[in-house]
Design a protein around this ligand. Structure first.
Ligand code: FMN
Length: 395
């Protein structure tokens, strides 16, 4: 079999080209709803105000089933590699960290409809495209087309050293990840045994089975940079963006349209489409005063020890996505803060959607009761506003 180069690699059909794929169904929603799973101690918020949020698998499985019953489209787990104690502080922030790939695959057995996204650092260690292509094809079958990989390149300075490597420069990481995923795509297309010689990887008579159910598994990435947007435009179905102007919605709203258009236009130039999702922390209470009082008590319990350590990591990293965020805001967490009564929260989400944002990946401070209240009080308002189709309309 001839040795292929990167321009000759086969590509499978995309899940969006199958109208019945779980991804196509989720994309029918004007505003996709995702839950950011707290698979790590402290979830997303660095505050010691007491709460029930827990990193255990059982708690996350319960949340996932709760989210699915409320009509959520996606659950998502992030991945970091942290030294002993995580970010420390009084909160022992992220001291325990369940692997999101393993956890979200396990959640397939507990659910029926919701998409399951787990993050993978493809450049760390001796990961080879063969591993990922077979693992994801398997996850695709276990989940019946609902599993998706959030492919990240690793912005942190210390993480690659844990794997005995040094970090590639920012844009080379995207080049290498692109080659990795192009090879996975070729393997998923299953045209023949693959013999390939590229810049970073080589394969000889390589093959993986089974074929994914809808061409390939769902692919996501998370970016704020031009190189990251180019990568997303070519390979991702979903792209996570952070706020280009910090966590205050009023500051972010004017800047988001151009930011979102940049990645969507890049996808259009590739004759593709991507959905853009952002991660707000939502604080919703019956009245604005109650929501603000709760917000204030989370801030008053800010865990400054772990916030300092979190910022030290980001200062040593080279992500352009987080630069605008305030240290104190980390007590609440999330890339945007959406606070208020149910009506105010629904209105803020309408404004966010009007910027071109296609979905929200929500973090809560105290997940279980706050997810329940969001479901009961905000989702009906989103339906009334035409931002959410009732469940049976998408099935
Ligand atoms: C919602 C969201 C989730 C992310 N999750 C992870 C993650 O789990 N692990 C990780 O290493 N980076 C994660 N990142 C960071 C991205 O991988 C990326 O480094 C960052 O967005 C900067 O991208 P850029 O270098 O293209 O600007 C996430 C980013 C966003 C916006």
């Amino acid at each position: 079999m001839a040795t292929l180069d990167s321009s000759q690699l086969w590509t499978p059909p995309e899940p969006l080209h199958h109208p019945d794929s779980p991804l196509s169904k989720a994309f029918q929603q004007p505003l996709m709803l995702g839950l950011f799973l707290p698979l790590q101690t402290g979830g997303w918020s660095q505050s010691t105000l007491p709460r029930g949020t827990d990193w255990s698998y059982a708690y996350n499985a319960k949340l996932t089933k709760q989210a699915e019953a409320l009509g959520f489209d996606v659950v998502f787990g992030l991945s970091q590699w942290l030294p002993k104690g995580g970010f420390g502080g009084e909160a022992h922030y992220r001291e325990n960290f369940l692997d999101p790939f393993v956890s979200t695959v396990a959640l397939a057995a507990e659910t029926k409809r919701i998409l399951l996204l787990g993050t993978i650092h493809v450049l760390y260690g001796p990961w080879h495209p063969m591993h990922l292509a077979r693992f994801l094809a398997t996850a695709d079958h276990i989940s019946q087309g609902r599993f998706g990989a959030n492919i990240v390149t690793g912005y942190a300075e210390n993480e690659p050293r844990m794997f005995g490597a040094t970090r590639l420069d920012h844009d080379s990481r995207y080049d290498r990840s692109a080659e990795f995923i192009r090879i996975c795509n070729a393997l998923w297309s299953g045209e023949d045994n693959l013999t390939y010689q590229g810049e970073y990887y080589a394969l000889e008579d390589a093959y993986v089975s089974p074929r994914p159910l809808y061409g390939r598994p769902v692919l996501a990435s998370a970016s704020g940079s031009p190189a990251g947007f180019q990568y997303a435009a070519r390979y991702s179905d979903i792209v996570f963006v952070s706020s280009p102007a910090g966590e205050k919605l009023a500051d972010a709203l004017p800047k988001l349209p151009a930011h979102v258009a940049a990645v969507k236009d890049a996808a259009t130039a590739q004759q593709r489409q991507v959905r853009v999702i952002i991660n707000p922390t939502i604080i919703v209470r019956p009245t604005r005063e109650e929501a603000l009082a709760y917000y204030q008590s989370i801030m008053d319990h800010a865990d400054l020890g772990s916030i300092r350590n979190f910022y030290a990591r980001h200062a040593a990293g080279d992500s352009v996505s987080w630069l605008e965020h305030s240290a104190k805001g980390r007590a609440v967490g999330g890339h945007l803060h959406i606070i208020g009564s149910p009506e105010e929260v629904a209105e803020q989400l309408r404004q966010l959607h009007a910027t071109g944002i296609d979905g929200i990946q929500i973090t809560f401070y105290d997940y279980e009761p706050e997810l329940a209240y969001f479901g009961e009080s905000v989702i009906p308002l989103l339906e009334q506003a035409g931002l959410r189709l009732p469940l049976d309309a998408t099935n």
